[in-house]
Design a binder for this molecule. Structure first.
Ligand code: GLU
Length: 369
């Protein structure tokens, strides 16, 4: 089976199994399944909540004011304990983990988006499992995402995941709230582009008092992810073995089909971005041939640049006849790049005093037009 890129989102209620502290034995069960997938060659990332819940428990459930700094303090205390545990549990399988704390801004501003993406790619490449959470200690009320369901969808989008698995405290999405409607049925598949109003209503607000997410934010996340070409499944976190079953193509919980391919999603994004800008680089014929044969764009192949752009922007790549041959997400802004035109890659660092890598534009971030 082809290795898949998978984001697994664990909420506080899954990690604690409804108690006030981490259910370590249950976490071990989850880690066992995730570790096996990783060892089979899949690229797995974990989005984990739990920092605030764990912090509260470690400090003996203190009575705190309801303002943000109190929550941020709990997150600061809990996050390190959480990472300590993940590190230990994955360590049993000789797998290294890396903590990645993100804010909403990191995923919306393009330059930082590229940084977050490059860091995650590097972790994946070196076979480290990223453990991702919102950077609660610096996220204020106005700018925070607040729930890790949406965070996990953004991460799945950033790293172009194949699959997002959301673990929750129910078997999946129901036709009505199963806790107070005995007629509620599990919805096994959603393939329509829109999620029925009835389901949004059944998903209601958040009900668990630990995590901030509920079924509602899971539907938001599912919708966000499937629009960027990611398949989404909501399963019961009490049954970690379902994670492996889903990856192996069996059905469980509620599955939301991807609404387009990842390539279409990327194409749409690049075309929309490029339409608003005339920023471009002109490259020589050797570089054109190199790009067509699957290589990346290096400074040596660039003849001139036009327009202003930032690292992370989508720019036009033109040949010497000014004809568009591709669009791509550029690793250097125009101010830097104007100093690099025609240079050898090893001269980048001495010219700028720093480097974002030898490629001006990585082949994976290229779209031929
Ligand atoms: N980032 C929060 C935490 O780690 C959780 C957010 C959520 O529950 O979705 O405690």
């Amino acid at each position: 089976m082809e290795p898949q890129r998978i984001v697994i989102k664990l909420g506080s209620s899954t990690l604690t199994q409804g108690k006030s502290d981490l259910a370590v034995e249950h976490m071990l069960e989850i880690v066992r399944v995730v570790a096996r997938l990783h060892l089979q060659g899949h690229q797995v990332m974990v989005v984990s909540s739990g920092a605030i819940t764990v912090g509260r428990s470690m400090l003996g459930d203190p009575i705190l004011p309801k303002h943000m700094p109190a929550k941020q303090m709990l997150a600061a205390v809990g996050q390190s304990r959480l990472m300590e545990l993940y590190s230990q549990l994955f360590g049993f399988y000789h797998i290294a983990v890396g903590q990645v704390l993100l804010t909403r801004e990191d995923l919306s501003s393009r330059r930082r988006y590229l940084n977050a993406r490059n860091t995650l790619e590097a972790l994946i490449q070196y076979r480290v499992i990223p453990i991702i959470n919102e950077n609660d200690t610096v996220s204020t009320e106005e700018i925070r995402l607040g729930d890790n369901d949406n965070l996990s969808a953004l991460v799945a989008n950033v790293i172009e995941a194949d699959l997002l698995i959301l673990l929750t405290d129910q078997d999946g999405l129901f036709t009505a709230d199963p806790r107070n409607d005995p007629a509620a049925r599990l919805v096994s598949e959603i393939n329509s582009a829109e999620i029925d109003a009835q389901y949004w209503q059944a998903a209601g607000g958040s009900s668990s008092n630990q995590g901030t997410g509920g079924m509602y934010t899971k539907l938001q996340a599912a919708q966000l992810a499937r629009q960027s070409g990611v398949e989404v499944v909501i399963i019961n976190g009490a049954r970690p073995e379902l994670i492996a079953q889903i990856v192996n193509g069996q059905s469980a919980g509620t599955r939301f089909s991807a609404l387009c391919s990842k390539l279409e999603s990327r194409k749409r994004y690049m075309l929309a971005e490029a339409r608003n800008s005339d920023a471009a680089v002109e490259i020589d014929s050797g570089a054109v041939t190199a790009l067509h044969s699957g290589k990346s764009l290096l400074p040596v192949g660039i003849k001139s640049i036009s327009g202003e752009f930032q690292r992370g922007d989508i720019i036009h790549i033109r040949d010497l006849q000014h004809k568009d041959i591709a669009l791509g997400m550029v690793n250097y802004g125009s101010a830097d790049l104007s100093r690099l035109v025609g240079l050898q890659s090893q001269e980048i660092e001495q010219t700028l005093g720093y480097t974002y890598g030898v490629e001006v534009l990585h082949h994976n971030n290229l779209l031929f037009v």
